[in-house]
Design a protein around this ligand. Sequence first.
Ligand SMILES: [Fe+2]
Length: 183
Amino acid sequence: MTRDDALNSIEANVENRNLINHMLTTEAIMRALARRFGEDEEEWGLTGLLHDIDVELTEGNMHSHSKLGADIARELGATEGMARAILCHNEAHGITPETSLEKALCCADPVTGLIVAGALVRPDKKLEGLTTKSLMKRFGEKRFAAGADRQQIAKCREMGLELEDFIELGLEAMKGIAEELGL
Ligand SMILES: [Fe+2]
């Protein structure tokens, strides 16, 4: 599977621009994590890119969300490891993340919400001036970006990354595609 194959499938299955941006953001963070840990950047990036491809197709049905996504990824040529990571990022299935790829996706997915929200409350609504320090403070404010599951994000420690390092890595990865995101 090439990145273009994945993007074409996203174009065909997802309309919501915010959702596409969320997948691009997750991809950028997964690529940065793969580089940090010496893992396969393409495999990790494409897993992040595709992880929510079925959200519109499954219309909020949490029993099918990510099962269908894993199947679509397989059809595109994803490895079984990638497909399983996509499947288990939906906690509703009760599958505990085991591999480093699975753990990475489960942390990268929610941290995107915290960082986007951090940018949007700034006067310029941009990522550029946003700092890890301010995001660490926001992390402690439960009502800020409440959908960004703090427990899930904090599981970065299971990958051997301190929370602050993880947030910094995520922020820098997102700054790298800020123009594409319009942030
Ligand atoms: Fe997601």
